[in-house]
Design a protein around this ligand. Structure first.
Ligand code: ZN
Length: 662
């Protein structure tokens, strides 16, 4: 369950774009040209699946923190109805805070999970509340919500990974107040131990909130159309049923049947059956994810956050990933890992390049650009997995990337920068494909090794494994032979941007004085710093220049890569070791690697990078405004078309979602 299968942006994708901006956030729009190529039936399929994706929004808000929905109601009420002055700094601070809360689906930053610090005072908030003629929030609730908003020590972190008791220190709402980490772990240990089929374990705990009964014992409160979040899951199921009428094939209909059955019963066995069917459906143009999916939001990595999205196949771009999939066994056979840790038969690596049609729940507004599901280990090993790269999102980032000064600042060497400008986009997409289509699906655990053995470091090691697999093969002549890269050495651009990110530029996402905490960031730091240390070590041993070096030029740190081929050898060595750690469940080695290379931040270097980045005045995080779908009816009420529009503003969209899907 510690597996994490999303590849978020690299910091090379951080660029300015002409659109809405606040705090550390930039909003982009994405286009869905593939929607226009669909039949009316397919458009209606997309429409109802999109509605089902949007209906899960409040579930995520509540999962993130139990006060989130109340706070959103309060803030939106102030925005819409308060008589408070709207032309001063307090109002500006309020709007920034509200937009941050909207973006993060709650009061904690979507990435750092730290609680937002409002720029207005408690007295101002009280005045704004008093200015609402008939507030939706009563006085008592207001007092409580106000203290949650204003008191920096209350619920200060959504997901805490570094405390004696992770549950007590985390504000997320997957466990009722007062349940300790030890109690929760004991509860799920016992549940696993009592399981009838240990080889094929369901995802214990993923679709429930752990609560305490009156007699003091723990019990699960399960999400479902008759349980927790009943109203939202009923609406979701309703739209799924409508979508079923317009499905492209029987398998899609069957998938929806099993999913709605799961929402009705909460049965995790049904969920596994649904998942298996979902993996094998690859014929349709339209696909979707709808449900409890990612476990990043739970410090114990068991409870899954709600997310939903709909995608449409991009036929041309999918050629690239099909070629990779068809050669999956070749890559497995030729990887530098010990043969005991390799799969003798690589199954079901399906890969599609898609266009997102709607983003919902935990994928909105901040979205992954590649997704590999399912998360169930046994299903992955028996039935394979489904990978997508979301091409219209990466394209939106690339469009936003032109000429904002970032590359000029951090890649001062012109020849290197030219190479990056020419190849980075294509090669970054290829890296994502390799990571998702092959990386996560490669390798195997030794018999008897628990997939969760690596504990808190499991996510970092798993992401490192997928990234190393991608880095190792992106440099392989096979890529050029297969026609997947424009030139035989275009991969240099990917090595450069990857190392630059891991060593320098991803530090812009970390607050001064803080450590690296997020799994993907830890993994990048681990790989880049390990390679940097290898370079220095072997350079010293042989009295030569390092393959890779961080140099100081004119008071600024600069990444210099002299020998890409040698760098690739280091990547191969680390891949072999990380795969060993994973396959053997070597907890001690995992902790050593992560703690030595992936966590700490050099204070002086951090300060320097932050100052250089600040001077560029760019937003470090990006997210997306969804398009809007509208059914068009004729005079008899028959739906004759579904239109797509891109003109809704961020504020309008957020208010509409709050109104229509709540
Ligand atoms: Zn991944």
């Amino acid at each position: 369950m510690q597996l994490t299968h999303k590849k978020p942006l690299t910091d090379m994708d951080i660029f300015e774009y002409e659109d809405i901006r606040f705090a550390d956030i930039q909003l982009l729009r994405y286009r869905v040209p593939a929607f226009d190529t669909l039949s009316l039936k397919q458009k209606l399929y997309v429409y109802h699946l999109a509605e089902a994706a949007l209906w899960g929004r409040d579930i995520l808000w509540d999962q993130n923190c139990k006060y989130n929905l109340g706070i959103r109601r309060l803030l939106e009420d102030i925005l819409l109805h308060s008589s408070v002055a709207r032309d001063d700094e307090d109002w500006t601070a309020f709007m920034t805070y509200l937009r941050q809360v909207w973006f993060a689906n709650g009061i904690h930053h979507h990435y750092s999970t730290d609680k937002f610090v409002p720029g207005f005072s408690a007295a101002w908030l009280r005045g704004a509340y008093s200015g609402i003629p008939s507030p939706v929030i009563g006085e008592d609730e207001f007092c409580m919500l106000s203290s949650v908003i204003m008191d920096p020590d209350l619920m200060s972190k959504r997901v805490c990974q570094d405390a004696d008791d992770l549950l007590m220190a985390s504000a997320c709402n997957y466990y009722a107040d007062g349940i300790t980490q030890a109690e929760a772990e004991q509860f799920y240990r016992a549940m696993k131990a009592a399981a009838p089929d240990a080889d094929r374990p369901v995802m214990y705990g993923m679709n429930s909130r752990l609560e305490r009964a009156e007699d003091g014992t723990l019990r699960e409160n399960t999400y479902g159309t008759g349980g927790l979040y009943a109203h939202h899951l009923q609406q979701i199921s309703l739209h799924l049923h409508r979508a079923q009428e317009y499905a492209e094939n029987d398998k899609q209909r069957d998938i929806i049947r099993l999913l709605t059955e799961f929402y009705r019963t909460g049965s995790l066995d049904t969920f596994d059956r649904y998942t298996i069917e979902w993996i094998s459906e690859t014929e349709g143009m339209v696909d979707f994810v709808n449900g409890f999916t990612e476990v990043y939001g739970d410090p114990l990595g068991l409870k899954a956050s709600w997310e939903g999205y709909v995608n449409i196949l991009d036929r041309e771009a999918t050629h690239r990933t099909r070629v990779l999939s068809e050669n999956a066994q070749w890559f497995e056979d030729h990887s530098p890992v010990d043969s005991r840790f390799k799969k003798t038969e690589c199954k079901g690596v399906t890969a599609r390049v898609v266009q997102a049609a709607i983003l919902g729940g935990d994928l909105y507004p901040s979205s992954a650009i590649g997704i590999n599901l399912p998360n169930s280990n046994w299903i992955r090993s028996v039935y394979g997995s489904k990978s997508v790269t979301i091409g219209n999102l990466t394209e939106a980032y690339d469009q936003a990337a032109k000429g904002n000064g970032f590359r000029e600042e951090f890649i001062p060497d012109e020849a290197t920068r030219d190479m990056v400008n020419r190849y980075a986009h294509v090669l970054d997409d290829l890296h994502t494909d390799l990571h998702e289509c092959l990386g996560h699906g490669s390798g195997q655990l030794l018999p008897g090794v628990d997939a969760d053995a690596l504990g808190v470091h499991g996510s970092t090691i798993e992401e490192a494994r997928a990234d190393l697999f991608a880095l190792y093969y992106i440099a392989d002549a096979k890529m050029y032979d297969l026609g997947l890269t424009p030139t035989a050495d275009a991969w240099h651009s990917n090595y450069y941007t990857y190392m630059l990110n891991g060593l320098l530029t991803q530090l812009v996402r970390i607050q001064p004085g803080c450590r690296i905490e997020e799994a993907h960031m830890r993994n990048r730091a681990l790989i880049a710093r390990w390679c940097l240390e290898q370079s220095a070590y072997w350079a010293k041993a042989f009295g030569m220049e390092p393959a890779m070096e961080l140099m100081r030029v004119g008071g600024k740190s600069r990444l210099v890569i002299r020998d890409y081929a040698t760098l690739r050898q280091y990547i191969g060595q680390l891949l072999a070791e990380i795969q060993r750690v994973k396959s053997e469940g070597d907890t001690v080695a995992a902790a050593k690697l992560v703690e030595r290379y992936g966590v700490d931040v050099d204070g002086a270097l951090h300060e320097e990078v932050l100052a250089r980045y600040r001077a560029l005045d760019l937003a470090p995080y990006k997210g997306f405004i969804n398009p809007r779908y509208t059914p068009v009816k004729d005079t008899d009420g028959n739906v004759v078309d579904v239109t797509i529009s891109y003109d809704e503003t961020y504020d309008e969209q957020m208010l509409r979602y709050g109104r229509d899907y709540s």
